[in-house]
Design a protein around this ligand. Structure first.
Ligand code: PEP
Ligand code: MG
Length: 753
C-alpha cells in the first residue's frame, strides 16, 4: 500500500466499483481478494467463512493454492484464523510462524509467508468469517492498513448477510449466519408463537457504505454527534429525570460516551478510510460489541447495552428509521432487550404472535399486558437480539420457556403438531364458553377476568367471563406519556361499563409505585420501592389525584352500579380515609346536579399480611374484599415478585399460604362479605382448583385462562377435594406437599390441570 493516506481510499473506491458490477458470487469473492492483495502489495489475500458447524472454510484466495478453496478448513479457535474468529479481534504479526497458535495447512502451501494480518468479518457483533493478507517478507502492517482491511471485511459481512454466498455452500453445510439456535429462557406468558423476527429496535440497515466526499462526510458525522449531545443534555435537563435514579444514570452514561474521544476518533478514522458516517458508526459499534460480548462482568455488559443504544440513536439521526413496515406483517414475533407496555401496544395494528425479551420478569407490566392479549412471551433469552436478523424464522414456546431461532425442519414439524393440538384444545374451551361454570357436584363458581385497557374488552365476550373482577386503572396512566385528563379517565371507565353491559366491573383505584412507575409523576427513588410510597399510600397523600379519579368513576357510572376497590391497604384506617374521599365526591356531584351511580360497592384488596390480623374490623367497613395473591405472596414470603432468580423457590400452592387464605374466607363468612381472589394464581387450573377446594366461589384471571379453568371446574367434585384439603391443612407434618396432593388428586380424577 502506498505510504500516503489515500491508500485505504483507493482500495475502498475499487471495492465499490467491483460491488457495482454484475458478477457471480465466486468470481466476486475472487476479485475482492485479488484487489486487496494488489492494493496492499501483499502476496496472499484469503477469505474464510464461518460455517454452522463451527468450521472456517476457505472461500477465496489470491496467492495460496487455488485448489484448496472450499477444501482448506480450520476449526473455530484453531490456528491464527480460528483464533481471530473466536476472539473477534485482529492479529497483526511480522513473524506468524512464531505465534503459538500458528498451524500449517499443507494444502495451502503457506509455509513461506512470514508476515500476517487477519481481521474478523463482523456484523452486529457476530463473527461471520476472517479476512487475511500475508507477505513473504517480515513486514509490519500499519494501523491504517488494518483499518482498511476491517472496512472491506464489513462490506463482505453485508454481502454474506444479504445471502450473497448462497449457491457456494456445499449441500448440507450451512453458514453460521443461518445456524439454528435455541435459547433457554423463562416462560412468562403461555402459548406458542410461530412466525418471523421483527427486531424491536430495528437494526438500521446501512446500505450506503462508501462516501463520495470525505470532508463532507466528516462534517455530517460531526453534526449528527452534535445533535445527539444536545438531545442527551435536553433529556437530562427534563424535570422527570432531573433527580437521581436509573433514568439519569443511563443518560449520564450516554453523555460520557457521546463525548468519548476514543469513540469519536475511531468514527472519524473510519470515515477517512472511505466509509459513510452511518457505515462508520455501524463498523465501530460492531467491533466494540464483538470485543465486549465475551466479557461476563454484568456492569460492563450493561455499559455495552448503553453503547448500543447510543450508536442506534446516532444511526437514526443519520439515516432515520428503517424497516418501518416490518411490524405490519401478521406473523410478527417481536425480539427486544426490554420493552414497555405502551410499546407493545403500538404493535397492535399488525398481529403479534409472540414476544422474546432478553430481560423481563413474570409480573413486569409488559408481560401482564401480553398475557391479557394472549401473546406468548419468553424472557431472559440472553443474546437473542444479536443472533436474530429481521424476518428470520422463529418459534416462541411460552409453555417451556424456549425460543427456537431458524429452527430446522424437524423442530418446525414438532411445533406444527403442538399448535394443532393447542388449537383443538382452544376449540374445546370455546365450546365451554356458554356452559355454566359449575362443578360436577353442582357448585357454581363465578369466573371473572382481569383487564386494564380498552383492547381487553372484546375478550369479555370471547372468554365467557361473568364480569371484570379487577380493572387495573393504572394501565391507562402507564401507557400515556402525560397524566390522563379527568375527561380521558371518565371516557375509558364509561366505555368499560358499556362493554360489560350490566355485568359487574370492579375498578381498582390507581396502583402506582413499586414496579409501576409513571415517568411524568415526580416520584423520588427508594431503596425498596415495593415496600415504599405506593398505591393507596401515595393516593391518600395526594388527594387531588385520587379525587379526580373517583369523580371520573362516579360520573362514568351514572345510573349504573359502581364497584371501587383500594389497592395495598395496610391498615383499616386507610379504608376509612378512602371512603371519606368518595363521600366528598358524591356530595360534590350531588350539589352540581349530576346523576349518581345506582349502587355503590366499596372494597379493598388484601395484599399486605398485616390485614390478616384486622380482618373483623376490615370486613365491617367494606362491601367486598379481593385477595391480590401476587403481592400477598410476595410480602408473605419476603420474595420480590419480579426477581427471576427467586421465582419458584417458594410455592404458593403450599400449606402456610393456604392457611392464610383460609383466614380471609372464614372472616368473610362470619361477616357475610364476599371474598374473591384476582392474582395470577387464579388463572392456573391447578391453583384455581385448590382455591375452590379451600372454599372460594369467585376468582378473577387473565382472559385466556377462563377456558382452561372452566374445563377444570366441570370435571371437579368440589366437596371431595374440600375434604382432602381440610385433612391436609390440619396435619402437622403431611407425607406429601400440598402441590403433590393436588396433582395426585387431579390425575386420579382425570381433571385437566
Ligand atoms: C396482586 O397483587 O395480586 C394483584 C392482582 O395486583 P397487581 O398484580 O396489579 O399488583
Ligand atoms: Mg398488587
Amino acid at each position: 500500500m502506498r505510504n500516503d493516506m489515500s491508500g485505504p481510499r483507493v482500495l475502498m473506491r475499487r471495492i465499490r466499483e467491483l460491488m457495482a458490477e454484475r458478477l457471480e458470487p465466486q468470481s466476486r469473492l475472487d476479485q475482492i481478494v485479488r484487489l486487496i492483495a494488489e492494493t496492499m502489495v501483499a502476496e496472499v489475500c484469503s477469505l474464510y467463512v464461518l460455517r454452522a458447524d463451527a468450521v472456517l472454510e476457505l472461500y477465496a484466495t489470491e496467492g495460496l493454492n487455488p485448489g484448496s478453496v472450499h477444501l482448506a478448513q480450520l476449526k473455530l479457535g484453531e490456528g491464527l484464523v480460528g483464533t481471530i474468529a473466536a476472539t473477534a479481534r485482529p492479529l497483526n504479526l511480522s513473524d506468524a510462524q512464531k505465534h503459538p497458535a500458528f498451524t500449517y495447512l499443507p494444502e495451502t502451501g503457506e509455509e513461506i509467508y512470514h508476515s500476517f494480518l487477519g481481521v474478523p468479518i463482523l456484523r452486529a457483533g457476530r463473527t461471520l468469517g476472517v479476512l487475511v493478507v500475508q507477505n513473504k517478507s517480515a513486514r509490519v502492517y500499519r494501523d491504517e492498513e488494518s483499518e482498511a482491511l476491517e472496512t472491506v471485511a464489513m462490506v463482505v459481512a453485508e454481502m454474506i448477510a444479504a445471502g450473497g454466498l448462497e449457491g457456494l455452500t456445499r449441500p448440507g453445510v450451512a453458514l453460521d449466519l443461518t445456524r439454528p439456535v435455541t435459547f433457554e429462557g423463562v416462560a412468562l406468558s403461555e402459548g406458542i408463537g410461530i412466525g418471523r423476527v421483527v427486531l424491536h429496535e430495528p437494526r438500521v440497515v446501512v446500505t450506503n457504505l462508501f462516501n463520495e466526499n470525505m470532508e463532507a462526510e466528516v462534517e455530517r458525522l460531526g453534526e449528527a454527534l452534535g445533535f445527539l449531545r444536545v438531545s442527551i443534555e435536553d433529556m437530562l435537563a427534563r424535570r422527570d429525570v432531573a433527580g437521581e435514579g436509573e433514568h439519569r444514570q443511563v443518560l449520564e452514561a450516554y453523555r460520557m460516551f457521546a463525548h468519548d474521544r476514543g469513540w469519536v476518533r475511531r468514527l472519524e478514522e473510519a470515515v477517512r478510510n472511505g466509509l459513510t458516517a452511518e457505515a462508520a458508526v455501524e463498523k465501530v459499534q460492531s467491533d466494540m460489541r464483538a470485543r465486549m460480548m465475551h466479557l461476563t462482568d454484568p456492569y460492563i455488559r450493561e455499559r455495552l447495552h448503553d453503547f448500543d443504544d447510543l450508536a442506534n440513536r446516532l444511526l437514526r439521526q443519520l439515516i432515520g428509521r428503517a424497516d418501518g413496515d416490518l411490524a405490519e406483517a401478521d406473523d410478527t414475533i417481536v425480539v427486544a432487550r426490554q420493552m414497555g407496555a405502551a410499546e407493545l401496544l403500538d404493535y397492535r395494528r399488525g398481529q403479534i404472535r409472540g414476544l422474546v425479551l432478553e430481560e423481563g420478569a413474570p409480573t413486569s407490566h409488559v408481560v401482564i399486558v401480553a398475557r391479557a392479549l394472549g401473546i406468548p412471551v419468553v424472557g431472559q433469552a440472553k443474546g437473542a437480539v444479536s443472533m436474530s436478523e429481521n424476518r428470520d424464522a422463529i418459534i416462541v414456546d411460552g409453555e417451556d420457556g424456549s425460543v427456537h431461532l431458524r429452527p430446522p425442519g424437524e423442530i418446525e414439524a414438532l411445533f406444527a403438531d403442538k399448535v394443532r393440538f393447542r388449537a383443538e384444545r382452544q376449540q374445546r374451551y370455546r365450546s365451554l364458553r356458554d356452559q355454566p361454570s359449575r362443578t360436577k357436584d353442582g357448585v357454581e363458581i363465578q369466573l371473572q377476568m382481569n383487564a386494564g385497557l380498552l383492547v381487553d374488552l372484546p375478550q369479555l365476550e370471547e372468554s365467557g367471563a361473568e364480569g371484570i373482577g379487577l380493572f387495573r386503572t393504572e394501565l391507562q396512566f402507564m401507557v400515556a406519556s402525560t397524566m390522563p385528563r379527568a375527561s380521558d379517565q371518565e371516557r375509558l371507565y364509561s366505555a368499560v361499563l358499556d362493554a360489560a353491559g350490566g355485568r359487574p366491573v370492579t375498578f381498582r383505584t390507581l396502583d402506582v409505585g413499586g414496579d409501576k412507575l409513571l415517568p411524568y409523576l415526580n416520584q423520588s427513588p427508594e431503596d425498596n420501592p415495593a415496600l415504599g410510597y405506593r398505591a393507596l399510600r401515595l393516593a391518600l397523600d395526594r388527594p387531588g389525584l385520587m379525587r379526580t379519579q373517583l369523580r371520573a368513576l362516579l360520573k362514568a357510572a351514572a345510573g349504573r352500579e359502581l364497584r371501587v376497590m383500594f389497592p395495598m391497604v395496610t391498615d383499616v384506617s386507610e379504608v376509612r380515609q378512602g371512603r371519606e374521599l368518595i363521600q366528598r365526591e358524591l356530595k360534590h356531584l350531588t350539589r352540581f346536579g349530576y346523576e349518581l351511580p345506582k349502587a355503590l360497592k366499596i372494597g379493598a384488596m388484601i395484599e399486605v399480611p398485616a390485614l390478616l390480623f384486622q380482618l373483623d374490623a376490615l370486613m365491617e367497613s367494606l362491601d367486598f374484599v379481593s385477595i391480590g395473591s401476587n403481592d400477598l405472596f410476595q410480602f408473605f414470603t419476603a420474595v420480590d415478585r419480579g426477581n427471576t432468580r427467586m421465582a419458584g423457590r417458594f410455592d404458593d400452592l403450599s400449606a402456610p399460604f393456604f392457611r392464610a387464605l383460609r383466614l380471609v374466607l372464614d372472616a368473610g363468612r362470619r361477616h357475610c362479605v364476599p371474598v374473591t381472589l384476582c392474582g395470577e394464581m387464579a388463572g392456573r387450573p391447578l391453583s384455581a382448583m385448590a382455591l375452590i377446594g379451600l372454599g372460594f366461589r369467585s376468582i378473577s384471571m387473565a382472559a385466556p385462562s377462563v377456558g382452561p379453568v372452566k374445563a377444570m371446574i366441570v370435571a371437579l367434585d368440589a366437596s371431595e377435594l374440600s375434604e382432602l384439603m381440610d385433612a391436609h391443612l390440619s396435619e402437622t407434618l403431611p407425607a406429601v406437599t400440598l402441590r403433590q396432593a393436588l396433582v395426585d388428586f387431579a390425575k386420579s380424577h382425570a381433571i385437566p390441570y
